[in-house]
Unconditional design. Structure first.
Length: 382
C-alpha cells in the first residue's frame, strides 16, 4: 500500500539518490581535506572536485574548465546578472528576461534598477512559449543580457533556446539560460544551444542541496563578471570560499547517474504523467492543462480547475504532496506570475495544481493518486 502523503513534487526538490549519498560519505570524514591545500589530503579533495567537474560537464557537453561550482542556481544567477550589471565596462543598459522566468532570475534583474539599469520582460503566448517575432523586436544593441529558461518549473514548457541565443549573439548581447528543471530530464548540449551562461542545481536531479553550477562558455572572458564574493580567488576568482567537497562530489555523481538514466527515467515519468492527464480530462472535461499545446518536460503536469473558491483545491489535496506553482513562492498568497503571463485569469490561477513526477514514483502511487484526485476534484466541484 502506498505511503501517504504521496510525493508528487519533484520539481521542488528530489531525494538524494543512494549512490549519491554513498559517493559523498567519505568526504565528510576520512577524505576531509580542503581542495585548496597542497598536501595529500588537499590533493585528494581537489581530485574529487576535478572528477565532479568532469561529470557535470559531460551531462551538458561542456568542457570541465567551463564549470564553476556555487551554492546553488540562485547564487549562480545572481553572479551573472549582478556581476555583468555592475561592471562599469559594460555600457549597455537593458537586461531582458522572459516574463515566466523563475524568481531567481526576475528578482536579481529587478535589483539592477537601483544602479540605473532597465528591465524589459518578454511576453509569452497562451501556450507559454515566447513568440519569435516579438523576441526579435526586443533584442538590439542596447541590451547587455537576455535570460530565457530552457524549461519552465511550473508548466514544464520548453523554449526554443538555441534560436533565441543565436539572435542574442547577433545583437552582441550575452545570453543566460536557466536549465535547472531541464537537467536530467531532457538532453542538454551547451554547444548546440549556443548560450553564454547556463544554470544547474544539484537538488533538482537527485543530488544534495547546497550545490549549484554556473556554466560559462569559453567564449566569454571571465573578467566581464564581477564576483559577488571576494576572499581567496576560488573558482577562477569568481566565487571565493572553501569548496563544499561532499556536496560537489554528490552533484557530480548525480549528473553521472542522470546521464545514464535519462531515457529510462523519462519514459517512466511521461507514462505516469499521461495516465494522470488522461484520467483527469476524462473525468472533468472542464479542466485546463497549462502548456498542453507546447513541448513540455516529460514529468510535469500543471492543471487548473474552473469554478472553485480561491485555493480551494490545494487545501483539499492533503494526501498528495503537490504544489500550486513554484515551491519557492508557494507561501506567497499572490497567484502564479507564470500563469498570469500566459493569460490565465487570477481565479483560475488560484486553483492550479502542479504535479511533478520522479525517479522513485511507482505505478501503485500513480493509481492511488488518480483516485485521490478524481474523488477530491469531484467533491469540491459538486
Amino acid at each position: 500500500m502506498s505511503v501517504l502523503p504521496i510525493y508528487l513534487d519533484y520539481n521542488s526538490t528530489t531525494p538524494a539518490d543512494p549512490d549519491v549519498v554513498e559517493a559523498m560519505l567519505p568526504y565528510f570524514s576520512q577524505r576531509f581535506g580542503n581542495a585548496s591545500s597542497v598536501h595529500r589530503f588537499g590533493l585528494d579533495a581537489e581530485s574529487a572536485v576535478r572528477l565532479a567537474r568532469e561529470q557535470v560537464a559531460a551531462l551538458i557537453n561542456a568542457n570541465p574548465e567551463e564549470i564553476i561550482f556555487t551554492s546553488g542556481a540562485t547564487e549562480s544567477s545572481n553572479l551573472v546578472i549582478k556581476g555583468l550589471g555592475q561592471n562599469p565596462g559594460i555600457s549597455r543598459k537593458i537586461c531582458t528576461v522572459s516574463s515566466t522566468e523563475h524568481k531567481a532570475i526576475l528578482d536579481p534583474a529587478e535589483s539592477l534598477k537601483l544602479i540605473g539599469k532597465q528591465i524589459e520582460k518578454i511576453p509569452v503566448l497562451s501556450t507559454g512559449l515566447i513568440s519569435s517575432p516579438v523576441f526579435e523586436t526586443l533584442v538590439d544593441e542596447s541590451t547587455f543580457l537576455i535570460a530565457v529558461m530552457l524549461a519552465n518549473n511550473e508548466t514544464g514548457v520548453i523554449q526554443p533556446v538555441s534560436q533565441f541565443a543565436k539572435s542574442a549573439k547577433g545583437a552582441g548581447s550575452f545570453f543566460l539560460c536557466d536549465a535547472v528543471q531541464a537537467a536530467g530530464k531532457i538532453p542538454i548540449d551547451v554547444k548546440e544551444l549556443g548560450v553564454d551562461f547556463l544554470l544547474l542545481s544539484s537538488h533538482k536531479l537527485y543530488g544534495p542541496k547546497g550545490a549549484g553550477v554556473l556554466f560559462i562558455s569559453k567564449r566569454v572572458p571571465r573578467s566581464v563578471i564581477l564576483p559577488l564574493i571576494d576572499g581567496g580567488g576560488h573558482e577562477s576568482g569568481l566565487r571565493s570560499g572553501t569548496l563544499n567537497v561532499p556536496a560537489i562530489v554528490g552533484f557530480g555523481k548525480a549528473c553521472e547517474l542522470a546521464k545514464s538514466r535519462m531515457n529510462e527515467d523519462s519514459l517512466k515519468v511521461i507514462n505516469y504523467r499521461n495516465q494522470i492527464e488522461r484520467a483527469l480530462l476524462a473525468a472533468f472535461p472542464q479542466i485546463v492543462i497549462n502548456g498542453i499545446d507546447a513541448p513540455r518536460l516529460p514529468n510535469t503536469l500543471s492543471f487548473s480547475v474552473p469554478g472553485l473558491r480561491p485555493k480551494q483545491l490545494i487545501k483539499s489535496l492533503k494526501l498528495l504532496a503537490v504544489s500550486s506553482g513554484s515551491a519557492c513562492t508557494s507561501a506567497n498568497p499572490a497567484p502564479s506570475h507564470v500563469l498570469l503571463a500566459m493569460g490565465i485569469s487570477t481565479a483560475l490561477a488560484e486553483n492550479t495544481i502542479r504535479i511533478s513526477l520522479g525517479r522513485t514514483n511507482t505505478q501503485e502511487e500513480i493509481d492511488h493518486s488518480i483516485s485521490i484526485l478524481i474523488e477530491t476534484i469531484g467533491r469540491v466541484t459538486s
